[in-house]
Design a binder for this molecule. Structure first.
Ligand code: IMP
Ligand code: MG
Length: 173
C-alpha cells in the first residue's frame, strides 16, 4: 500500500537552509578544520549536503546507534552498533543528526563522545521537535523546528522507506 505524503518543507527550502548552515559553520570555525560525526542511517543525507557547503577543511566519520529496550525505559542508554573509525582526541567535532526528538539518543551520545576528549563538541541537526523533549540536549545548529508529526524524507524513514525523498514530508493517516 502506498502512503500519502504531504510536503512539509520543499526541496528548494531545505537546500537553501543547508547552504546557510554551511556558511555559518564555515564562518564560526574559520581557520580551523572540522570533524563531522554522522549518525547512521538518518544523518547521512544531511551530512553529505552540509559537508558540500562547508568551505573549511572537513573530515567525516560515521557511527550507528540504537536505543536499548522500549520507549518507557528511562535509562537513556543507547547501544553502539558501529563505532567511529577514528579518535576524537583534540579535534573540533560536530555531530550531525537528522532529528532531535525526545533527545534520548543525543544526550547519551554527546556525553559518551565528550569522554573521548575532543577539543570541542557541537551538535548540528536538520530538524528539531522541541515539543517532544524528555532529555535535555544542547543543539548548536538547527535547520528547522518541526511540529510533533511523523516526519519522513531527507534521511528520515517510515519502516526504512522514504529516506531518499529530497524534501521533508509528513505521512498522512
Ligand atoms: P530521540 O527520540 O531524540 O532519541 O530520536 C531518536 C531517533 O528517532 C531519531 O534519530 C530518528 O531516527 C527517530 N525519529 C524521531 N522522530 C522521527 C520522525 O518524526 N520520523 C522519523 N524518525 C524519527
Ligand atoms: Mg537519527
Amino acid at each position: 500500500m502506498m502512503d500519502q505524503i504531504k510536503v512539509l518543507i520543499g526541496e528548494e527550502e531545505v537546500n537553501r537552509r543547508i547552504r546557510e548552515l554551511g556558511e555559518q559553520i564555515s564562518a564560526d570555525y574559520a581557520g580551523k578544520s572540522l570533524h563531522l560525526v554522522s549518525v547512521l542511517k538518518g544523518g547521512v543525507f544531511f551530512t553529505c549536503e552540509l559537508a558540500k557547503r562547508i568551505t573549511i577543511p572537513v573530515t567525516i566519520d560515521f557511527m550507528s546507534v540504537s536505543s536499548y529496550g522500549d520507549e518507557k525505559s528511562s535509562s537513556g542508554v543507547v547501544r553502539i552498533v558501529k563505532d567511529l573509525d577514528e579518535t576524537l582526541e583534540a579535534k573540533d567535532v560536530m555531530v550531525v543528526e537528522d532529528i532531535v526528538d525526545s533527545g534520548r539518543t543525543l544526550s547519551y551520545l554527546l556525553k559518551m563522545l565528550q569522554g573521548r576528549k575532543p577539543a570541542s563538541l557541537k551538535l548540528c541537526t536538520l530538524l528539531d521537535k522541541p515539543s517532544r523533549r524528555t532529555h535535555e540536549v544542547q543543539v548548536d545548529y538547527t535547520g528547522f523546528k518541526v511540529p510533533d508529526e511523523f516526519i519522513v524524507g531527507y534521511g528520515l524513514d517510515y519502516a526504512q522507506k522514504y529516506r531518499n525523498l529530497p524534501y521533508i514530508g509528513v505521512v498522512e493517516d
